[in-house]
Design a binder for this molecule. Structure first.
Ligand SMILES: Cc1cc2nc3c(=O)[nH]c(=O)nc-3n(C[C@H](O)[C@H](O)[C@H](O)COP(=O)(O)OP(=O)(O)OC[C@H]3O[C@@H](n4cnc5c(N)ncnc54)[C@H](O)[C@@H]3O)c2cc1C
Ligand SMILES: *[C@@H]1O[C@H](CO)[C@@H](O)[C@H](O)[C@H]1NC(C)=O
Ligand SMILES: *[C@@H]1O[C@H](CO)[C@@H](O)[C@H](O)[C@H]1NC(C)=O
Ligand SMILES: *[C@@H]1O[C@H](CO)[C@@H](O)[C@H](O)[C@H]1NC(C)=O
Ligand SMILES: *[C@@H]1O[C@H](CO)[C@@H](O)[C@H](O)[C@H]1NC(C)=O
Length: 554
């Protein structure tokens, strides 16, 4: 037991050093000097006027917000307001190797990854940077499953859906190069019966496949911010370090039955000055602040359950009971091992799509040690020099369990309080058990044998970091206990402003004019194995629909 603990400790200690080294390597690459086009229309919001007018004001330059802005700018004047800064050129954010360092480097008000902890005690993260969570994520890219298109409450036009995905893929999605761990997991999944092998595909199909990646062949990250390069430069402004505090809502007449309308937003720049961005006739405010940010801003703007808003002393603009409800997070369970040989670094590249509602993915993180002296200092056996931690993880489809979001403060910079009620629906627990069981089968495959250590008696065994799987994979009591005890998050939280409850099929806020929500907060189910593809698609899709709708003769 002592060894796994030490390995954990060591992981934390050395990430700093490892990633600095990775940073030095990546900044030496010739390609990193080529600046993306979109930087020309990105500026610090301090330089923006105190009041200005646009057709569309988009709150949040994240995964869905950037493709939406680029699309609307083809015909209309668009402003994007992003609370974080620009990630381009920052080595940790730009490289695969910087993934964990970015997640560990958290600061309440500034870091690109804003940590939050659910009431269940699960540590989670929100992107706070141009590109949003697509700028801090693991880069795996895979389209949604057909279940999503049938059950998300939207009348999808699948032709436009496909065009939108393709628009993203040609700009920022790459075919990953599999090395030892990912290849072994692919083979192990096939041995464990996650068939057939579907090769490299963006499509969600049962079996084992290689998915896309937003890291290119140099390991450089691409994000939704790159999609801003599709924008019409004369029609778009992107303000960074612009924290929106409130959507301004006005009653259009003295008639109390009249819907309120969004007329603009109030935001604060880096030096604390307030600005107003107002919308012109036929324009709209669009919330793309993510599953935590969008419900939070609606509440702060007076759209939510009346008694709750009154409790906080927030003037009620519109009573909407389900704001902040139906908040979901997909639990992650799995195992980590230290293999007997150094391994390459890899984030997610392969996925096993089982028929029982579990998705199996893998990662491997290199922790190189410069010297045996360092190992001694960390109380490590020298056999663990240049250690890699290889991980197999399961995500459950759905989930069906849901929780809610409440304000912790009326200061928008303070995380709301969230609760996901993980596994409160027994179906989620069944899916977790089936996923863990599948991971157990993969671990027993021939393909993974190579990653075992040989013990004193010549037996080959895995060297685990953290808890191993229960010895008896067929005992449901033990499996359920394992699911609950070892659960973390795969960061695919969604909901809070779901379709049918807070927004309509066109993503318009129910009962409010000129206000839409376009991001993960509108989803009542996670789209397939990983959500970023579908959230980028959503931005493009809604943008195309809105352009079409406005150009149609009345
Ligand atoms: C660590 C991690 C790893 C992940 N790995 C993967 C993966 O490999 N593959 C995958 O498909 N998905 C992955 N995901 C999930 C995926 O990245 C997210 O589901 C997705 O990016 C969410 O998109 P969004 O548009 O809803 O929100 P976001 O992309 O988070 O965008 C919200 C934006 O709004 C801004 N904002 C919020 N409030 C305000 C405000 N008041 N004023 C101004 N701006 C504001 C935020 O700063 C942010 O930029 C991962 C997520 C994380 C955190
Ligand atoms: C914005 O300001 C910060 C410092 O406050 C600076 O580091 C950064 O380069 C500026 N970014 C842009 C896009 O002007
Ligand atoms: C959309 O693409 C999927 C594959 O990704 C395909 O199965 C489907 O037929 C396409 N639909 C349309 C309407 O083009
Ligand atoms: C560890 O890796 C470094 C470089 O990454 C290398 O110089 C060193 O020889 C390796 N040490 C061992 C024991 O493999
Ligand atoms: C399953 O595990 C539980 C808890 O360890 C134990 O009490 C029970 O007897 C086991 N059931 C079977 C069928 O082995």
């Amino acid at each position: 037991m002592a060894r796994p603990l030490k390995v954990c400790f060591l992981l934390h200690v050395v990430f700093f050093w490892v990633l600095l080294r990775a940073a030095a390597l990546s900044s030496a690459r010739p390609h990193s000097t080529q600046e993306p086009l979109y930087l020309k229309f990105v500026s610090n919001a301090t330089a923006f006027p105190m009041e200005d007018y646009y057709d569309y004001v988009i709150i949040g330059g994240g995964t869905a917000g950037c493709p939406l802005a680029a699309t609307l700018s083809q015909s209309y004047r668009v402003l994007v307001l992003e609370r974080g800064g620009v990630g381009y050129g920052k080595p940790n954010l730009m490289s695969q190797e910087g993934f964990i360092r970015t997640l560990m480097e958290v600061d309440t008000f500034r870091s690109p990854a804003q940590a939050f902890t659910s009431e269940e005690g699960v540590l989670n993260a929100r992107g706070r940077i141009l590109g949003g969570s697509s700028a801090i994520n693991a880069g795996f890219y895979s389209r949604a499953n057909s279940y999503f298109f049938r059950n998300s409450g939207v009348d999808w036009d699948l032709r436009i859906v496909n065009m939108s995905y393709a628009w993203i893929e040609k700009a920022i999605v790459f075919r990953p190069k599999l090395r030892s761990w990912q290849s072994a997991v692919r083979d192990g999944l096939l041995e464990a019966g996650v068939n057939p092998f579907n090769g490299f595909t963006f499509d969600h199909v049962a079996g084992t496949k290689i998915g896309g990646s937003t890291f290119d062949r140099f390991g450089r990250r691409h994000t939704s911010a790159d999609l801003l390069s599709y924008a019409k430069p004369s029609n778009i402004r992107v303000g960074v370090h612009a924290s929106v505090e409130r959507v301004l809502l006005a009653s259009t007449s003295a008639d109390p039955g009249q819907k309120p309308s969004a007329i603009g937003v109030v935001y604060r720049d880096k030096v604390g000055r307030y600005h107003h961005a107002m919308v012109r006739d036929h324009g709209e405010v669009i919330l793309s602040a993510g599953a935590i940010g969008s419900p939070q801003l609606l509440l702060l703007s007076g759209v939510g359950p009346r008694p709750y808003l009154s409790y906080w002393g927030i003037p009620v603009a519109h009573h909407l009971p389900f704001v902040g409800q139906f908040l979901y997070d997909n639990p992650r369970n799995g195992i980590s091992i230290v293999p007997p040989m150094p391994l390459e670094h890899s984030l997610i590249q392969v996925v096993g799509i089982t028929k029982s509602g579990a998705y199996i993915e893998a990662a491997s993180n290199v922790i190189p040690f410069a010297s045996p002296a360092r190992a001694v200092f960390l109380h490590m056996p020298s056999s663990l020099l240049n250690v890699t931690v290889a991980t197999l993880m399961g995500k459950i489809a759905g989930p069906l369990s849901h929780g809610s979001l409440r304000l912790a403060s009326t200061d928008v910079r303070i995380n709301p309080i969230v609760r996901f009620n993980y596994f409160s629906n027994p179906v989620d627990l069944e899916r977790c058990i089936s996923g863990i069981r599948k991971i157990g089968e993969v671990l027993r495959s021939q393909s993974l044998d190579y990653f075992k250590f040989r013990d004193w008696y010549g037996n080959r065994e895995f060297r685990h970091v953290g808890p191993p799987l229960p010895a008896d994979l067929s005992n449901n009591t033990q499996m359920a206990e394992h699911c609950r005890r070892t659960m973390t998050t795969i960061w695919h939280y969604h909901g809070g402003c779901v379709v049918g409850k807070v927004v309509d099929k066109e993503f318009r806020v129910l009962g409010v004019n000129a206000l839409r929500i376009v991001d993960g907060s509108t989803l009542n189910v996670s789209p397939g194995t990983n959500p970023q593809a579908t959230l980028m698609m959503l931005g493009r899709y809604v943008g195309l629909k809105m352009r079409r709708e406005r150009s149609r003769p009345k």
